[in-house]
Design a protein around this ligand. Sequence first.
Ligand code: 1HE
Length: 265
Amino acid sequence: MSSRKGFPALPASLVAERRGAVAVLKLSRPQKRNALDDATILGIDTFCAELPDDIGAVLLAGDGEHFSAGLDLSELEERDVTQGIAHSNLWHRAFEKIQYGKAPVVAVLHGAVVGGGLELAASAHVRVAERSAYYALPEGSRGIYVGGGGSVRLPRLIGVARMMDMMLTGRTYSAEEGLAMGLTTYLVEPGQGFAKGLELAERIAGNTKLTNFAVTQALPRIAESDPASGYAMEALMASIAQADGEAKARLRAFLEKRAPKVTQS
Ligand code: 1HE
């Protein structure tokens, strides 16, 4: 169903804003270092589920000195085992909507990107990290465990051994170290993250919807499948993408010298 409506009602800890075809979602609870309480996770879920159809990319950022201090630890005390499972599933559902949602997501990181904050960042497609950003999984020292999909996403980004070390020893990694590990996609100077993230989000929003779908939905599944299935899915995806009217128009524009060439960035 097509919709050009605005954003849904969100909790006070989240602020959404439109910048053309880019939706900006800001964690806005700096007094608690953008700790993620249930209302915030539900808000992220709703925001992603109800993203207007004319939005081509999402920019996720955090207000204040830190991207996110992770799980709101003040909500943890009273939960029993069953409630704990339900809570983790709540995060899983919300972050699935980021990773496999309607539009690619660029995360802008600074300061603490820790625990559930790192799990949130890991569900985005591109991560722009200011030099101040640092990554940690303090769950180990708090006597708890990741619950926002970290065991699934982080080993795919950084490997099981690195994640084990982070959780067992409390090791932190800088934004710069994150470059080689696959946590940081772009490293920028302090204060430059939002502008860089917006530039990238605008470029992503300029792609065809079908290509962005192929890259964010088909590619990770192809990469996880056996090669024979992967080749078959790739061939199908390639033929579906090229048959799209917008793809044909873009190819024609290049052949008629109306489209930009590839330039080095
Ligand atoms: C919080 C939280 C939080 C801050 N839950 N309230 N995450 C952690 O183990 C990280 C915990 N936080 C920290 O280590 C530090 O707060 C920071 C390094 C992120 C920032 O330090 P700083 O000096 O700037 O802030 P602060 O003074 O520690 O915190 C300011 C306030 O935010 C303070 O509350 P106040 O009422 O005393 O002002 C803190 O209590 C509050 N605050 N972080 C609740 N996390 C799905 S499973 C995921 C599992 C996890 O994410 S575990 C990792 C949890």
